[in-house]
Design a protein around this ligand. Sequence first.
Ligand code: DGL
Length: 267
Amino acid sequence: MKKPIGIFDSGVGGLTVVKEIFRQLPSENIVYFGDTARVPYGIKSDKLVTKFSLQNTRFLSTFDIKLLVVACNTASAVSLDALRQKFSFPIIGVIEPGARAALRGSKNKGIGIIGTEATIASVSYEKFIAEIDPSARTFSQACPLFVPLVEEGWLQGEITSAVVKKYLEPLKRQSVDTLILGCTHYPLLKSLLEREMGKGVTLIDSAEEVVAKVGEVLGDKRLRRSGEESPFRRYYVSDIPTRFVRIGRRFLGEDISPVEQVEIEKY
Ligand code: DGL
């Protein structure tokens, strides 16, 4: 099936999901939209994030996508139901796969969740976890400074380590053996987060889980692409692409130009 997978995020962060698609589903065609004009979503209201998510999906649907990945945790947390009501292709968010993986990985059922303010306020991870296993204990922490630090490329060093320490301190006082990285940007801080939480804590990178889920859904619906030609990968953003291209290289570890700009408010 030649139709592409559509992916959107509030900006560059969703490229961590794209990277996983390259690894797990390398022959799939993809169209990525990064809403760079309106990022960050993590500090905006549910209503506004839902409006943005609908516009982003309307834009991606013009490519006749076979499946949509909402790579943004914030958008997944607040707008998935609205999207599923409006569009008929399968829509995969990042919350459920991350929550399931955490429950699979946790031995003592103590699960930490870190994310943007909007994701943590939505208690979406907690709701999913409680539905699947009411005996699980969850502890959450919003980490609003992580996104700008990652965007600046401050993935190591004294300042980022101090911020990591400060945010994780309350979680370390709880008996968590699993920590969900509930934001697109956090996998880039994995080594610092791992060091801070210590050996006994497993970090859950939602990107891996989400793409595994995408593979499963495409397989079940017989929508996998198996063509010999190399796949196409298109990238669109809502503001000028310069910064996206530069930061995107860091997320993907490879060049992503050309990147086109779209007027997303029209959709
Ligand atoms: N993509 C967002 C998320 O995963 C992080 C960046 C933002 O706040 O827009 O929650």
